[in-house]
Design a protein around this ligand. Sequence first.
Ligand code: SF4
Ligand code: SF4
Length: 395
Amino acid sequence: MDSTKVNLKSLHYYDELFICAYCAYCVNNEASCPTYHSVLHEIVTGRGKIITARNLSQGLINHEEGLDALRDGLFLCTFCGACQENCIVDIPLTKVYSELKTLVQDRLPKTTKRVFENLEKEHNLYGLDQVDRDSWSYEIEDQYNEWVNLQHETGFFLGCVYSYSGRAGQGPVAVLKLAKEAKEKISIFSPSEYCCGNPYLLGGQKAKAKEFASHNVSEIQKLGIKNLIIACAGCYRVFTKEYPLLLEKELPFRVISHMEYLNNLIKDKKIFLMNKSPLKVTYKDPCELGRHCGVYDVARDLLSVLPGVDNQEMANHKDKALCCGSGGLIKANHPEIANEIADRLISQMKELEVDLCVNACPSCLLNIDENLKSGKSKIKSIDIAELVLNRTNES
Ligand code: SF4
Ligand code: SF4
């Protein structure tokens, strides 16, 4: 047996590996580990990954097989944060996973390698032509042309998923239509945007993520933006939690979610809401906005002021919300597991008999949409901005 010890001492959070109590609260809790419930294999859980890393560091398991198993556990994880939220000794598990990923760079899953190649070539997740980064905006072409690269205090960072994935682009379109109705302007710097860097972070490549962070921050500064609107939960987490660490400084602008921006427009009476046909909806807390950033109430506040909209909470919500299955590159690496995870979430929506699943993350929106459609459900998956627009004159 090749039991070479793997030296983990240089990793941040090395000590945390040795405070695990093996209690399994990271697996057995209300939000539960979504991939564990699909694959029923402990390597995917917080406890499983920690035990494997410890055994590798002590030479107790085969070096090659152990690293392969650790890689599988790390890349089957949706990064939902349910384990971290429930860890009995407060191990920052998602940070530990990011560090452990640096150990398996020589054996990355094929799809993850392809994502890295896409980022290198075109600076977006999909490897699509960077000049098509504006494809989300065709419906509002004139407004886009007027607002693109505007020197302005308020800006909008789209991110790859909203920019390129068609259906999800309706969210930012709704935000811009509402801003126009409110007689506001927003600077769009879509053509010079790079991916926020989340896939690099999820794949264990911090240095590349830092390069992308520096580019984006410098482009935002060139336009004089002081308030940056972000509608994607992943980009929001990366800008607010990761950029200050990567760049070792506070950001020179404020980041707000599109929900906060829309809430302010309503409070300031800049947009006017109308009562239309009643709708029963449920809000899906995105893991990267909820558990990772603690943003829960702004969505509920916004939904509560929309006339005729009745927001019903799923059995699991806020810090106990179920994952949609699209995070952590798992949709790219293991789509069948991502779909199974979405199905468990959808069953909670069905119990409520809602008309709509309301999202604040394009990845959640798309994975839920795909699985609602394949299950022939009548529930529709939409962005919260689309629902706000639906309650105005402009829809
Ligand atoms: S982040 Fe989510 S999927 Fe990953 S180990 Fe923790 S609970 Fe499981
Ligand atoms: S909850 Fe924390 S301490 Fe308990 S097994 Fe999981 S990682 Fe270890």
